[in-house]
Ligand binder design. Structure first.
Ligand SMILES: Nc1ncnc2c1ncn2[C@@H]1O[C@H](COP(=O)(O)OP(=O)(O)O)[C@@H](O)[C@H]1O
Ligand SMILES: [Mg+2]
Length: 227
């Protein structure tokens, strides 16, 4: 369970990027976070991986106030939460397999186990045959699917996707959204932040609309308005 309680974020001491956000997201939900550029979507996402902390209010994940997580514990928090971004953030000098394996290597997982786990997540994203390819040898859509495989490697309970389709054409965008959907169906909470309303219309799950740092609408899957 994710809970934002009266969360306000000010940058540089005055600009209000998030304005008194109250929000609950239950385990297993698929939530689309929409709104124009500058609405505060990325700031909200960053709160969950402790890249930013609230100026006031609390962000609570499974009864833990994230502001109280010690710096040394942040890597553990980030294993519970997989994140993907518009620009993929793959390492160009590593193959697709190595990009996915890297997170396990630094955690000291034995090589055999790494191989099994990496092949499994490459299977989930439909790229079992591309493990030996370098990022430059992959299409944009494939790169994002490798980034999704990497985000899945620690079997996170939450996947955060911040504008994951921002660099993709319509067909590849749709593939990525379908994949996020599939990941949600196997039990992962998914939060998809995007300014692209078209993409969200294909999902038809809970949609939270943000403007100027506020939640202006919160519509559940069956069309009911929470806000
Ligand atoms: N590190 C920062 N310092 C100052 N202002 C920021 C910073 N990050 C974001 N902002 C501002 O906060 C507002 C919300 O940004 P952001 O959360 O990135 O919105 P979105 O993801 O919806 O486009 C924007 O006006 C942006 O310029
Ligand atoms: Mg953003």
């Amino acid at each position: 369970m994710i809970s934002f309680k009266k969360v306000t974020k000010q940058y540089n001491g005055d600009f209000i990027a998030l304005d008194n956000i109250n929000l609950e997201i239950k385990d297993g939900e698929f939530v689309s976070l929409v709104g124009p550029s500058g609405a505060g979507k990325s700031t909200l996402i960053k709160m969950l991986i402790r890249e930013e902390t609230p100026t006031s209010g609390q962000v609570i994940l499974d009864d833990i106030d994230l502001a109280e997580v010690k710096n040394t514990e942040i890597p553990f928090l980030r294993r519970k939460i997989g994140a993907i971004f518009q620009d993929f953030k793959l390492l160009d000098s590593k193959t697709a397999f190595e990009n996915v394996a890297f997170a396990l290597e630094v955690s000291g997982v034995p090589a055999e186990e790494i191989k099994t786990d990496v092949m499994q997540v490459l299977g989930i994203v439909g790229l079992s045959g591309k493990g030996a390819n370098f990022p430059r040898e992959l299409s944009g859509g494939e790169k994002q699917r490798i980034a999704i495989a990497r985000a899945l490697i620690h079997r996170p309970k939450i996947i955060l996707a911040d504008e994951p389709t921002g660099n993709l054409d319509l067909v590849n965008s749709y593939e990525v959204v379908k994949l996020l959907w599939k990941i949600n169906e196997i039990g992962t909470t998914v939060i998809l932040a995007t300014h692209d309303r078209e993409i969200v219309n294909t999902v038809s799950k809970r949609v939270i609309s943000m403007e100027h740092g506020k939640i202006v609408r919160d519509q559940t899957q069956d069309g009911k308005y929470i806000i």
